[in-house]
Write a protein that binds this ligand. Structure first.
Ligand SMILES: NC(=O)c1ccc[n+]([C@@H]2O[C@H](COP(=O)([O-])OP(=O)(O)OC[C@H]3O[C@@H](n4cnc5c(N)ncnc54)[C@H](O)[C@@H]3O)[C@@H](O)[C@H]2O)c1
Length: 284
């Protein structure tokens, strides 16, 4: 009998994951290693990347950590050379480094009369540097590693790029205008790259994670007695499935599917929401 088409086997592939010292991307690195790929874990925080690489190697996988600032083009190119020398040319790039910054976040959801003069960070207090930081990290931080690693993919078969967008790319979340706009740009760029590389044997897709409970954010989501915080209550009310996703298990399927050369061979330029229905729900 034929095997299930989604038995993703990445043996012999070299996968590069940026932001791999972080919560979601360290989990992606493990998923790719368990599927057989040799994994390069890139992060500004080399120590964090190295500790996850060590965990993968201890499990019997092949992983190596590299310090890399995804906003430094020369550094991206240098790391791309190092990865190629150590592990081989890159087949899979996961552009995971990204995130928001308090400097690009308003204190309140809504502008209220008087806020402009109040001791609160309103829309009018956002400085260009904070907004620029978030746009650069998410958009340029996807573009520059793609330039560095896609050079190793062109002209070969079975190569893939996976970008990480977000729920707020569809409808912006309150308080975080720059992060929302930057992730919308990442979704848009995913389509652009998919078209641009369509003749070069490189598929380019994205996932848009919704809300995931992790050890790191549990204290923000729940009160010490286990009851949801006010913000958690709003998130859960806006999530038709009524719960958070599990970062360890509920992103892996979409990642492996999009990278699977048999199951997803004709899929490029899509962004899959993984959000328990959040992006589909109007609230009514
Ligand atoms: N956590 C969520 O619920 C969620 C939801 C939607 C989208 N995302 C996106 O998923 C991705 C991973 O998120 P996460 O929650 O794991 O974040 P995280 O903060 O845990 O990890 C991000 C990692 O990126 C690294 N990094 C930051 N700036 C860098 C730079 N200039 N160069 C190289 N590395 C750099 C950090 O050191 C960190 O290890 C991000 O793109 C994020 O925007 C996360």
């Amino acid at each position: 009998m034929q095997k299930n088409v989604l038995d993703t086997d990445l043996s012999g592939k070299v996968a590069v994951v940026t932001g791999a010292g972080g919560v979601l991307c360290s989990a992606f690195a493990k998923v790719l290693a368990r599927a057989g790929a040799k994994v390069a874990l890139l992060d500004l925080n080399e120590e964090a990347a190295a500790s996850f690489a060590a965990e993968i190697n201890a499990e019997g996988g092949v992983a190596r950590a590299y310090k890399c600032n995804v906003l430094d083009k020369a550094a991206c190119y240098a790391v791309a050379d190092a990865v190629a020398a150590d592990l081989g040319p890159c087949d899979i790039l996961v552009n995971g480094a990204g995130g928001n910054n308090p400097r690009a976040t308003t204190d309140h959801e809504y502008y209220m009369p008087g806020d402009i003069d109040a001791d609160t960070k309103s829309f009018f207090d956002l400085e260009p540097e904070g907004v620029e930081f978030v746009f650069n990290l998410n958009f340029l931080g996807t573009l520059l590693p793609t330039q560095a690693f896609a050079r190793q993919m062109v002209g070969r078969t079975g190569c893939n790029i996976l970008n990480i967008s977000s729920m707020n790319a569809y409808t912006p979340l309150t308080k975080i205008p720059a992060y929302s706009g930057a992730k919308a740009a990442v979704s848009n760029f995913t389509q652009w790259l998919a078209v641009h590389f369509s003749k070069a044997g490189i598929r380019v897709n994205a996932i848009a994670p919704g809300f995931f409970a992790t050890k790191q954010n549990a204290a923000l989501l729940f009160n010490p007695d286990g009851t949801p915080t006010a913000r958690t209550g709003k998130i859960l009310a806006a999530t038709p499935m009524g719960r958070f996703g599990d970062a360890e298990t509920e992103l892996a399927g979409a990642v492996l599917f999009l990278l699977n050369e048999k199951a997803a061979s004709f899929i490029t330029g899509v962004c899959i929401p993984i959000d328990g229905g959040f992006s589909a729900y109007s609230g009514v």
